[in-house]
Design a protein around this ligand. Structure first.
Ligand SMILES: *Cc1c(COP(=O)(O)O)cnc(C)c1O
Length: 950
């Protein structure tokens, strides 16, 4: 109200679904007079914040964009030839507009419901095939967070894959420095020793569970790793090779060198550097290690009609679901960047990729010859795209001369400069580099030569599958992208009421800046003075997040919620150690916790002790206190989600924090449910010490079909010294090392959350939380006459989500899955299934859904209840019901032979669904068991593909 802009430019009413009149009608349905009264009945008075947020009034979209333009203008886009895992690349415009800027792709959820996810599942299968082909290893997953964490995951796979109980791991001294730092962070709490050395000169293989080598190495040298790989393997260890995928179009792939595991980044496949991310990391393994793969794996299965259908394979083995037995906590990954990278390969095809690689190599060859003529012959005789040049006492002068030409080179050390070329490097850039070295020469004076070792030239083929050879014109690719997008149900079609995942509006205005060159084109290790706009944005965003949560300091480094949990627990661990209490390693976790909580605790070297929940879904405080007392000397932390994963604000959260503190523990509050609290309550004020925030839930970063995300953490003052450091910023001196490859995580998507906060302002943010709570209570009240609503507080209120219980219908043969699949026929994405309680659905509408959409959902649920009632009344058997056969497809509509007890129209257009706006599931119900028994994780063979395309 304080803003002077015209009301039509106020963004809050665009973001928040129900209008003031509709809110009033909904409040009546809920049975409270005002929104404030509802909040009083929902949040315990003891935790309510007394002061309004101090973020200021909401800005209009135009104002936010103007402000972000000004920040962007403070970033300077130099040509970065720093390399070190990040390279310039051309994002094909057809991919930029039709994937990165297309809500059909970027607003999709993780493909847990395979029937409505066939488009992105196919794109991810292409990604897996691309990685498997290029690395020469048969099984690849559907992405990891970045190259450094992929290396850490590779180390963990090696540790498990090693037959002997060993704890030593060898790391190539010529790994990218940030990769080495993340490996060290990861190894230490697990009690593993990372031995750094040279693969030839100092590799002592005895007692190693594994080793990692970089290929080509961080200095650009291409070494024949076959000898070191064989030695490690002969001594019983496993070998990880961190490899550049583009180089692998020309070089013998890791699988053919004998490696067990390959890891790396797919950034240079069309994904802008983005000052550090997001980009998709990759991991590929030998066949025998496939069940040890972390993260998500797309596989091929069949649907109920026997047609091919994709789905996530081995899902029950998904790492974070293994809880304290997990060896990785990866949950949200990097689906959207993985899809982009896969389409880059689809668009260019094998010849195109090889041509890009050769072109880069030829330019590097010319650069090397010119440098040699100037008296600066590179150290590495064999290279792909990176040279290391001995520069002696001239180092600083040359770096400065390059900067004067708007070029960043890498300072390897006091006497060496690194130069990495890429797809975007022009002859002028090469000439400018020579000029910085003091020479005036023309690119055309030199003839490119090949500098790849003959013994390591790639002979095997790759990307032979038709998908990589069919869509090389823009028209063909455009249509392929459209076809895949149309198979999926994302937020641009319907609400996605996923409890715990907060699938809210991703404001378009907030999305625009991420592709501006000033945000997209910066190298993460560019000098800080070139990134002043970013640095200002980080400071402001951190201040807002601290203000919202009541914490004192924020780290923007973690690339997902789970990575935030891990960083927060490392901070707690380091805090105890700094106080001489290194024995504190027990982490109490309620049984209702999200699976990433115990998985992260395990990775932080903690022992998980499970605390019971009572019948109301509350943490059992008596059990908590008993366990805290039992482990008083060793208590490190509790991890508690608030409001709980059961969707209620527990009254006693303050007491819970107090008990844990009394026994010397710290309180980790999982902030995934912050959407119920922003502007209403601050975890840092009511007793928590540290939280992660899922920016891809509460703060409007789109889910991207399963990533990217961001999981910054907020901490109280005493934990601030133990936030993750980064060698680029602190030279490796921080008490806790990095948890991500880049110092500020996926920096280029932070403007989204920043814009979201500024668009809503203090008052809009508070209203958003209030309406999120109203929407959930409205659904709970409207559905309660039809389905049992589990878990409410003493005044009968839920928080921002509610759980409906479908277990009573088990007796007549109807499951939560049947209801979830039937919702697809109504054009909805299912709510969260069977978490935190098996056999239930957890519904979180968020504030962005209008009353009309909520009513449409409620009507669908009531219609489904009537279909269940038909079975209860004995009119139909469960197997004869449309619930059992859902979702329905055009093949059902066109089925000449229809023996069912209901009509085709009842199956396909239930309860008045308009045929005009019908979302058609492209496949019938997917058979998960078949797919796991016959695991296929790369594009199916050519014949099958030809049939499917007919
Ligand atoms: C989403 C979620 C997480 C994990 O976050 P990611 O970003 O997927 O790693 C952790 N806890 C809860 C309660 C969540 O809902």
């Amino acid at each position: 109200m304080s803003s002077e802009k015209p009301l039509t430019q106020d963004f809050a009413p665009r973001h928040i679904g129900p209008s003031p009149q509709e809110r009033q009608a909904m409040l009546e349905a809920v049975g409270v007079p005002t929104l404030e009264a509802l909040i009083e009945e929902t949040l315990p008075a003891s935790i309510r914040q007394s002061e309004p947020l101090s973020i200021g009034p909401g800005l209009s979209e135009a104002e936010v964009l103007e402000h972000l333009r000004a920040l962007a203008a403070e970033n300077q886009v130099y040509t970065s030839l720093i390399g070190q895992g990040y390279y310039g690349t051309f994002l094909p415009p057809v991919i930029q507009r039709n994937i990165l800027e297309n809500p059909a792709w970027y607003t999709a959820y993780t493909p847990y419901q395979p029937e409505i996810s066939q488009g992105r599942l196919e794109a991810l299968l292409n990604f897996q095939t691309m990685v498997a082909d290029l690395t020469g290893l048969p099984v690849a997953n559907a992405s990891l967070l970045d190259e450094a964490t992929a290396a850490a995951e590779g180390m963990a796979v090696a540790q498990r894959g090693c037959k002997a109980p060993r704890t030593r791991f060898f790391a190539d001294r010529h790994l990218h420095p940030q990769t080495l730092a993340v490996l060290q962070t990861r190894a230490e709490p697990l009690g593993w020793e990372v031995v750094v050395g040279d693969p030839e000169a100092s590799l002592e293989v005895e007692g190693l569970f594994g080793a990692i080598f970089q290929y080509p190495d961080t200095l650009g040298q291409i070494r024949d790793l076959r000898g070191p790989i064989q030695r490690v393997k002969a001594a019983g260890g496993l070998v990880v090779v961190a490899a550049d995928l583009l180089a692998l179009t020309l070089l013998t792939p890791p699988g053919e060198l004998g490696a067990d595991i390959a890891v790396g980044s797919t950034q240079r496949f069309g994904v802008p550097m983005g000052y550090g991310g997001p980009h998709a990391g990759y991991i590929a393994v030998r066949e025998e290690l496939k069940r040890a793969l972390p993260g998500r794996l797309v596989g091929v299965s069949l649907d109920a009609r026997g047609n091919r259908a994709y789905r996530l394979a081995l899902q029950t083995r998904e790492q974070h679901i293994r809880r304290e037995k997990a060896t990785s906590n990866i949950c949200t990954a990097q689906v959207l960047p993985a899809v982009i990278a896969s389409m880059y390969a689809v668009y260019h095809g094998p010849q195109g990729l090889r041509a890009i690689a050769w072109e880069i190599h030829r330019k590097t060859s010319v650069l090397a010859q010119g440098l040699a003529r100037l008296g600066y012959a590179p150290l590495n005789p064999h290279f792909f795209d990176t040279l290391t040049v001995p520069t002696g006492s001239k180092t600083e002068a040359i770096l400065a001369a390059a900067r004067a030409r708007h070029i960043n080179l890498r300072k390897v050390d006091e006497g060496h400069i690194g130069i990495a070329l890429d797809e975007t490097t022009t002859p002028q850039v090469v000439e400018a580099v020579w000029a910085a070295f003091g020479g005036a020469m023309a690119f055309a004076e030199f003839t490119p030569q090949a500098h790849l070792p003959t013994a390591l030239r790639r002979t095997s083929s790759y990307l032979t599958h038709p998908v990589f050879n069919r869509y090389h014109t823009e028209t063909e690719l455009l249509r392929y992208l459209r076809r895949l997008a149309d198979r999926d149900l994302a937020l641009d079609r319907a609400m996605i009421p996923l409890g715990s995942c907060t699938m809210k509006l991703n404001p378009t205005a907030a999305m625009l800046p991420i592709t501006w060159p000033e945000f997209a084109q910066l190298h993460p290790f560019a000098p800080l003075e070139q990134a002043q706009g970013y640095q200002k944005l980080f400071v402001q965003l951190s201040r807002y997040l601290a203000e919202i949560t009541g914490y004192d300091a924020v780290s923007l480094q973690p690339n997902s919620g789970a990575q935030g949990e891990y960083a927060g627990l490392l901070a707690i661990r380091a805090y105890h150690r700094a106080r001489g209490e290194a024995q504190r390693n027990v982490c109490l976790i309620p049984s209702s916790a999200h699976g990433t909580n115990p998985a992260s605790a395990q990775m932080a070297g903690m022992e998980v002790v499970v605390v019971a929940c009572d019948a109301r879904g509350y943490v059992d405080l008596a059990d908590l206190e008993a366990k805290a007392r039992q482990y008083a000397d060793r208590l490190a932390a509790v991890m508690v989600t608030y409001p709980s994963t059961h969707g209620v604000f527990e009254e006693e959260i303050g007491t819970l924090c107090e008990i844990v503190h009394r026994y010397g523990g710290q309180v980790y509050l999982d902030g995934a449910n912050l959407n119920a609290q922003v502007g209403l309550a601050k975890p840092g004020q009511y007793g928590a010490d540290v939280s992660h925030l899922n920016l891809h839930k509460t703060f409007a970063i789109p889910h991207g079909g399963g990533g990217p995300g961001m999981g910054p953490i907020g901490v109280k003052k005493h934990l601030a010294p133990f936030l993750p450091g980064h060698p680029f910023l602190d030279g490796g001196t921080a008490p806790v090392g990095p948890v991500s490859a880049a110092p500020f995580g996926s920096a280029s998507i932070l403007p989204i959350s920043y814009a979201y906060i500024r668009l809503l302002g203090s008052e809009g943010l508070r209203q958003a939380s209030q309406v999120a709570i109203l929407n959930a209570n409205y659904i709970a009240c409207r559905l309660e006459p039809h389905f049992p609503v589990l878990y409410k507080n003493a005044r009968g209120r839920v928080a921002h989500e509610c759980i409906i219980d479908l277990r009573p219908f088990k007796a007549i043969g109807i499951t939560a899955e049947d209801v979830a699949k039937r919702l697809i026929d109504f054009g909805f994405h299912a709510p969260t299934m069977s978490f935190p309680v098996p056999g239930t659905l957890m519904i979180e509408p968020t504030e962005s859904e209008s009353k009309a959409e909520l009513d449409r959902f409620i009507a669908a649920m009531i219609a489904i209840r009537e279909e269940i009632a038909q079975i209860e009344r004995g009119q139909l058997k469960a197997e004869e019901s449309p619930l059992h056969h859902a979702p329905h497809t055009v093949l059902d509509l066109a089925d000449e032979n229809w023996p069912r007890k209901y009509t085709r129209a009842q199956g396909c257009f239930p309860a008045g669904q308009s045929p005009l706006d019908k979302y058609w599931s492209p496949v019938n119900r997917v058979d998960n068991v078949y797919g796991d028994r016959h695991l296929v994780c790369t594009c199916p063979p050519l014949e099958e593909y030809a049939q499917a395309a007919d």
